[in-house]
Design a protein around this ligand. Structure first.
Ligand code: NAD
Length: 369
């Protein structure tokens, strides 16, 4: 693998390899684009099969964060880090503090948070060595668990899609299937039930399923594979990725897909087109699930619950703007989301050409909308 070719292929700005002999830390921090602001993205702790896999993942994920922050209207760039190894064996305070010192060394160009394999507790260890970390517990002034805010974003994004498709914004009487009632899905069910929707759920985890079914006795429970055949208006994938594929799309009765899962389309072009051919409107995953990111970004200005709620609710307008753009330009919604993100980055980079005084020129605050 030619490392510089990999890094320059999608125009990454900087990639940092971190090594600490004492703790066994081996990490890669990838900064994709900082046009809009410092690169924010979580730290993934994963036993990659090879260093190459780890680099490719860091590059892919950091680029995704550039688009996600830009589309969400945040003044943040895209970054991501991976720690290579088995978190169950390697995790300890020293390792995370060693990692935190590398993050600190980037002087705020990269701001980290939790991701797969890392927790709020781990980030609190990181915080002992760096200011450039988010996703801290509420007790320490942070934003805490992002899942309720992710669910709120999905809820308002779903309403935006429904309103675009049918003109109706309320979910009262609408049938919605939620695949996966974990951290995000169970909060989404709360919002849906409260709004008067008829909800169908499934999960492979019986405890999660039972908790939601006990709380909401009117919710209908189906077997995991039956979720694709459920007679619903809206399908909300809130479990794993790639559930929209040639095996499932033909089975869907829903005319709106709006859920939190990452990478819902198994293959973007093929499956995006297959949904459109069936007149099913697809709400781009990385935009509708940005509530958690908007929530952690709030920490950078001093966390404020009311402001965070207001900003996450803004996902409604962003989704509608994406659908309007898709209709005007005759493209699929996920392409329109990418266009919206790229145009914002290009536009902001232009206005930064103007000199605005010595005091203001280096201003790098206001991460959030
Ligand atoms: P979670 O692990 O808490 O919940 C996922 C649930 O899906 C679990 O209950 C699991 O048992 C269930 N599940 C797994 N496979 C299933 C299957 N085949 N059929 C039915 N249920 C299945 O995860 P989460 O934090 O709720 O996240 C859900 C999705 O949203 C993930 O794809 C995640 O990447 C994405 N996401 C989450 C957040 C967040 O704030 N938590 C933010 C952005 C995106």
């Amino acid at each position: 693998m030619l490392i510089f070719d990999e890094i320059t292929r999608n125009n990454h700005e900087q990639v940092v390899f971190c090594h600490d002999e004492t703790t066994g830390l081996r990490a890669i921090i990838a900064i994709h684009d900082t046009t809009l602001g410092p690169a924010l993205g979580g730290t993934r702790f994963y036993p990659y099969a090879s260093d190459q896999d780890a680099l490719v993942d860091a590059l892919r994920l950091s680029r995704g964060m550039t688009y996600k922050s830009a589309a969400a209207g945040l003044n943040l760039g895209g970054g991501k880090a991976v720690i290579i190894g088995n978190p169950k064996r390697l995790k300890n305070e020293m390792l995370f503090r060693a990692y935190g010192r590398f993050v600190q060394g980037l002087a705020g160009r990269y701001i980290t948070a939790e991701d797969v394999g890392t927790t709020v507790r781990d980030m609190e260890w990181v915080r002992r060595e760096t200011d450039h970390v988010t996703g801290i517990s509420r007790a320490l002034g942070g934003s805490g668990d992002p899942s309720p805010m992710t669910a709120l974003g999905v809820f308002v994004g779903m309403k935006a899609a429904l309103s675009f498709k049918t003109g109706a914004e309320s979910l009262a009487g609408k049938r919605v299937s939620v695949q996966g009632v974990g951290a995000v899905g169970r909060h989404l069910v709360d919002f849906l039930v409260q709004d008067g929707a008829q909800v169908v759920i499934c999960d492979i985890d019986q405890d999660n399923l039972r908790a939601v079914a006990n709380k909401h006795p009117d919710v209908l429970v189906v077997a995991p594979d039956d979720i694709y055949d459920a007679a619903v208006d809206i399908y909300a994938p809130c479990a794993m990725g790639a559930t929209l594929n040639p095996d499932t799309i033909g089975r869907l009765k829903a005319h709106v897909v709006a859920g939190s899962a990452n990478n819902q389309l198994a293959e973007e072009d093929r499956d995006g087109a297959a949904l459109a051919a069936r007149d099913i409107i697809y709400t781009p995953d990385y935009v509708i699930n940005a509530g958690g990111l908007i929530n952690v970004a709030n920490e950078l200005e001093g966390y404020n619950d009311e402001r965070a709620h207001q900003q996450v609710s803004g996902i409604f307008d962003i989704i509608q703007e994406i659908f309007r753009l898709a209709a005007t330009e005759g493209v699929l919604p996920y392409k329109a989301a990418n266009t919206l993100a790229l145009r914002r980055i290009a536009g902001i980079s232009q206005i930064k050409n103007h000199w605005c005084g010595v005091q203001s020129q280096g201003r790098s605050r206001d991460w959030i909308r």
